[in-house]
Design a protein around this ligand. Structure first.
Ligand code: NAP
Ligand code: COA
Length: 276
């Protein structure tokens, strides 16, 4: 699918968690559309690999190893990013961690880990970036998930964390609106080829077929589906959109996808009950 034809030349786009999957797809799309791109994630080797691909895509690119759970590390990465590319026009917060675990079976640290990455991480990224955002004009995009609104077994940590991300999106849209900063979130459906789909939804062909059958548009999403929404949200064409959490999911935000999204969790929960 082609990318929307928008020009981001001279713009600085910073993507946290931007070295793989959906978030890298967003970073690469902005690079293809002329932006100077910053990516950050935990592992230096992932940062280096992402930078090589971004430079192939034609963009000026900088990258930093930073764990979003560490506010000071995020702040340092942002200072270096701004030194390299100037004030931030587009900020994407998409780092996340997830695994199946029941609330009764998971340690407090397991729950905390996901909340720390997804929710605290998003707060850290937005809080530390606030001073560096172009005002007026910056666009902030958080990456949410269906778990924010659909309760799912074995997903208490991710459901709580992503619900928090959605509310943070709305509250900061209120607080930063007067400065001319827009804040929105994208809630992707199942995006083909990503870690999230591999871990949570489709480990084999039969499960892939179930996913497709349960999405109203009858297909997986692509990295370009999400990147196109991010390009639009960051553009002047979306200049009156703020505080919105927008599903990009083939219609899956409708309740019909819950049985599919929850199929593995339901099965694992039943096994856990049988074993106890
Ligand atoms: P992914 O490839 O695993 O992407 C996660 C990224 O975050 C990686 O670049 C990872 O790099 C980085 N990261 C993880 N923990 C981090 C931390 N503590 N600090 C900094 N960076 C960290 O996953 P994905 O499936 O593409 O998912 C991307 C986003 O989309 C997530 O927010 C997820 O919740 C959301 N989402 C995905 C789907 C889907 O279908 N895949 C559906 C709905 C929502 P390092 O390992 O180098 O840190
Ligand atoms: N089931 C139950 N608990 C688990 C678990 C699982 N599958 N995986 C990790 N945990 C627990 C650990 O046991 C630990 O708790 P403990 O100290 O009480 O034992 C806690 O979570 C932290 O685990 P650790 O491996 O130290 O975390 P990490 O910071 O190295 O990695 C994760 C974070 C666990 C989220 C890891 O899966 C990750 O790096 N994910 C990023 C990629 C990803 O999830 N992508 C999909 C996005 S949708």
């Amino acid at each position: 699918m082609p990318l929307i034809d928008l020009d981001f030349s001279g713009r600085h786009v910073a993507v946290f968690g931007g070295t793989s999957g959906i978030n890298f797809g967003i970073a690469e799309a902005f690079a293809r559309r002329g932006a100077s791109v910053t990516v950050a994630s935990r592992r230096q080797e992932n940062v280096d690999a992402a930078l090589a691909r971004l430079r192939e895509a034609g963009g000026r690119a900088a990258g930093f190893a930073a764990d979003v759970r560490d506010f000071d590390a995020v702040a340092r990465a942002l200072e270096s990013a701004v030194a390299a590319h100037g004030p931030i026009d587009v900020l994407v917060s998409g780092a996340a961690g997830n695994f199946f675990a029941s609330a009764a079976g998971m340690s407090a640290n397991g729950f905390r880990t996901v909340v720390d990455i997804d929710l605290m991480g998003t707060f850290h990224v937005l809080r530390a970036a606030h001073a560096h955002l172009r005002k007026p004009g910056a666009s902030v995009i958080n990456v949410s998930a269906p778990q924010a609104v659909i309760p799912m077994r074995l997903q208490s940590h991710a459901c709580a964390a992503k619900a928090g991300v959605d509310q943070l999106t709305r509250v900061l849209a209120l607080e930063w609106g007067a400065e001319g900063v827009r804040i929105n979130a994208i809630a992707p459906g199942p995006i083909d080829g990503t870690e999230g789909v591999k871990r949570l939804m489709a480990q084999d062909e039969a499960q892939r077929a179930q996913v497709v059958a349960s999405v109203p548009l009858q297909r997986f999403g692509t990295l370009e589906d999400i990147a196109n929404l991010a390009l639009f949200l960051a553009s002047p064409h979306a200049g009156f959109i703020s505080g919105a959490v927008i599903p990009c999911d083939g219609g899956g935000a409708l309740e019909s996808v819950k049985p599919m999204l929850e199929a593995t969790g339901r099965q694992l929960a039943a096994q856990e009950r049988a074993a106890s």
